[in-house]
Ligand binder design. Structure first.
Ligand code: URA
Length: 242
């Protein structure tokens, strides 16, 4: 990073406080102190080398290195930073060094969903990847309790009513001849969307694995393991939202 002065929301995002939008909410609440003075001014500029920024009594230091990882999330892990019911969390599966530098999951997978979960401390990229405007495609391998009927396939692909609005067009392809295992690609992320879409047409999803997120594929990464993305993968990921 070469610039030493930047808008306060960007500074806070670099400190791992979340997306720029989210940090603006924190600023508006008057929880940020710059050189000892609370500021609610969103256009305040911070000088990395000379200003002291505090939040909840802690001095915030910007992360100078961004991390981009993927985890093959196993069943049973919740996508949250801390679970009040003490269930295992996906954060426990990545090294402490990344967590300390504010690396957090991008979007979420349900407790019983497996597969590709992206992590980063690049708050701006995370915000864009999860914003509906960018329609980042996500592909899931779905196992159903019965063969998928052709008319149901077309219905889901066309869009069905869920939570009071129409789902966006999706693509479904078979993995086996019986059409009990299929892939589905969706470009949004409503709550339990894949399970709900099939369940509304009478199917039970017996296994759900995310195999692709934008240009990033899960490949043969073992369950419970993470890997750092390559430079090319990071570039491709950024170009999907820029
Ligand atoms: N759709 C679901 O139903 N669950 C997930 O975890 C992700 C997509």
């Amino acid at each position: 990073m070469t610039r030493t002065r930047m808008r306060i929301n960007k500074y806070l995002s670099l400190c791992g406080l979340g997306s720029r939008r989210k940090t603006e909410e924190i600023i508006k609440k008057g929880q940020i102190y710059v050189n000892g003075i609370p500021t609610t001014n969103l256009s305040c500029q911070v000088d990395i080398n000379n200003d002291t920024v505090m939040y909840r009594g802690q001095i915030l230091l910007p992360v100078l290195t961004y991390h981009y990882l993927i985890l093959n999330k196993p069943k049973g892990y919740v996508t949250t930073t801390k679970d009040e019911r003490n269930r295992p969390t996906v954060l426990q599966l990545i090294p402490e060094q990344f967590r300390e530098e504010g690396t957090f999951p991008v979007g979420r997978l349900d407790k019983d969903t497996e597969g590709l979960l992206l992590f980063t401390n690049d708050g701006d990229l995370a915000y864009k990847l999860t914003h509906p405007r960018f329609k980042v495609p996500k592909t899931y391998q779905v196992t159903l309790d019965r063969p998928l009927r052709d008319d149901h396939k077309m219905e889901i692909e066309h869009g069905i009513e869920l939570y009071g609005s129409q789902t966006l067009p999706a693509t479904i392809d078979p993995i086996n001849d019986e059409w009990t295992i299929v892939t589905i690609t969706i470009t949004e992320g409503k709550k339990r969307q894949v399970r709900m879409m099939f369940s509304m047409l009478g199917y039970e999803v017996t296994s759900l694995i995310r195999i692709q997120y934008g240009p990033i594929t899960l490949g043969n990464l073992p369950a419970g393991k993470y890997r750092v993305l390559s430079k090319q993968e990071i570039e491709k990921l950024k170009s999907t939202v820029n």
